[in-house]
Ligand binder design. Structure first.
Ligand code: ADP
Length: 399
């Protein structure tokens, strides 16, 4: 069975074609600058990379260009579109209407459109991608896999905000959580690694990347997560503030003449470690600058590690213990300095790192970086969100 995984952004469209018999990627790539001058498709096939520059004014044209690349006699991977058995779409928000992945039909699409307001940065683009795909492949079954779905198992005391209950009821104001496919994948891999089945396991997954979130996972199910109503909440991120006193908004609005939207844009795009360091949102730049003595880069790293540490502590309290701490995503998999800072002085929780193993380069495999005498297993597990999407799509289509 061949499954195409599609992840549509506002001006981008990433794809991977999976052979599900071996769970391997046949080809992958992405379109950038959809609707902007200079649209380009990078298509990576077994023998190399093909760069296709072509005008792509909308997602439908981009999707058609992807399909043309997939069936191309020279650099394609299949002879005809009919070889694609199903398409799996990454979708940000289920709006609480779906607690798992779902096969696409008109009703499902209608619900997604209704929920677009819950994710204004991502949902309209996700929907454009789905519609474009439906137009060019009208007979291929499609599944939607939501970033929020893994968190649907959170109990109300974890997902509720202490706002007027009517606002929760009427407007769905609550915590949803994101990066669900990643938290799901790495927690399942951790359970396999621990080798004793999901029951009774207590795991914290730290997805640390451009956006970062942590989840508390008990018995294989999410019981709490650090992102909230939107992906702005939680630990500080590349350019996002993470948790902040909401009264800062009114204060900033008065000082800087911001509207509410300006404030949210500011918190999404001008804050985080980039705002603190004044250097970069990229942890490779920050660790280099800090090592060279840049104090603000060091402060940004300190703040990030401190916030992650505090979430770990709070999730140990929430689960009454911890068996395994998992690091994943760009920073979690690669930036050993940050893992070291996070796990430093965590003896009271029984967390210790092996300094040498922690510095081993990411080679795409699972690394056990647990230190001697540590009661908690500490693992680096490369995430694979696309594979989760492909697996869930296969399961739905076969059912
Ligand atoms: P996104 O949320 O954009 O998918 P990623 O999970 O790819 O983010 O993480 C990207 C971040 O990981 C970069 O901003 C950078 O700070 C950090 N990073 C550190 N080392 C590496 C590396 N070797 N490769 C990629 N990202 C790295």
């Amino acid at each position: 069975m061949k499954i195409l995984v599609v992840n549509a952004g506002s001006s981008s469209l990433k794809y991977q074609l999976f052979d599900m018999d071996t769970e391997s990627v046949i080809v992958k790539g992405g379109v950038e600058r959809i609707g902007i001058r200079g649209s380009v498709l990078h298509h990576k096939w077994a023998q190399g990379e093909k760069v296709i520059e072509q005008d792509m004014p909308n997602h439908k044209v981009a999707m058609q260009a992807v399909l043309d690349a997939l069936v191309h006699p020279e650099y394609g991977a299949i002879h005809s579109m009919s070889e694609i058995d199903a398409v799996g779409h990454r979708v940000l928000h289920s709006g609480g209407d779906f607690d798992g992945s779902v096969l696409l039909d008109d009703e499902v699409l209608k619900i997604c459109k209704k929920n677009a307001e819950l994710g204004p940065l991502h949902m309209p683009a996700n929907i454009l991608g789905i519609e474009a795909c439906r137009e060019v492949m009208p007979h291929t079954p499609m599944a939607l896999v939501f970033d929020t779905a893994f968190h649907a198992t959170m109990p109300p005391h974890a997902y509720m905000y202490a706002v007027d209950y009517d606002d929760y009821k009427n407007y769905k104001v609550r915590k949803y959580g994101f990066h669900g496919t990643s938290h799901k994948y790495v927690s399942q891999e951790a359970i396999k690694y621990l080798g004793r089945g999901a029951a009774g396991t207590k795991i914290i997954t730290a997805h640390l990347g451009g956006g970062s979130s942590l989840s508390a996972v008990m018995d294989g199910k999410c019981v709490d997560t650090s992102m909230g109503f939107t992906p702005l909440a939680g630990v500080p991120m590349g350019t996002r503030s993470g948790d902040i006193d909401p009264a800062v908004l009114e204060f900033l609005a008065a000082k800087k003449g911001y509207t509410v939207l300006d404030c949210i844009n500011y918190l999404n795009k001008q804050c985080g470690v980039a705002g603190i360091s004044g250097i970069s949102s990229d942890f490779r730049d920050l660790t280099k600058a800090a090592a060279e003595g840049n104090e603000r880069a060091q402060l940004a790293l300190d703040m990030f590690a401190y916030a992650v540490k505090k979430y770990i502590g709070s999730y140990i309290a929430a689960m009454d213990g911890l068996d395994c701490l998992v690091f994943t995503a760009g920073i979690g998999e690669n930036t050993w300095q940050v893992r070291e800072m996070i796990c430093d002085k965590m003896d009271c929780f029984g967390i210790a790192l092996d300094a040498e193993k922690n510095r081993l380069k990411n080679d795409g495999a699972i690394h056990d970086i647990t230190g001697e005498g540590s009661k908690v297993k500490v693992l680096v597990i490369p995430t694979n969100e696309e594979l989760v999407i492909a697996r869930e799509t296969k399961e739905l289509v076969e059912a």
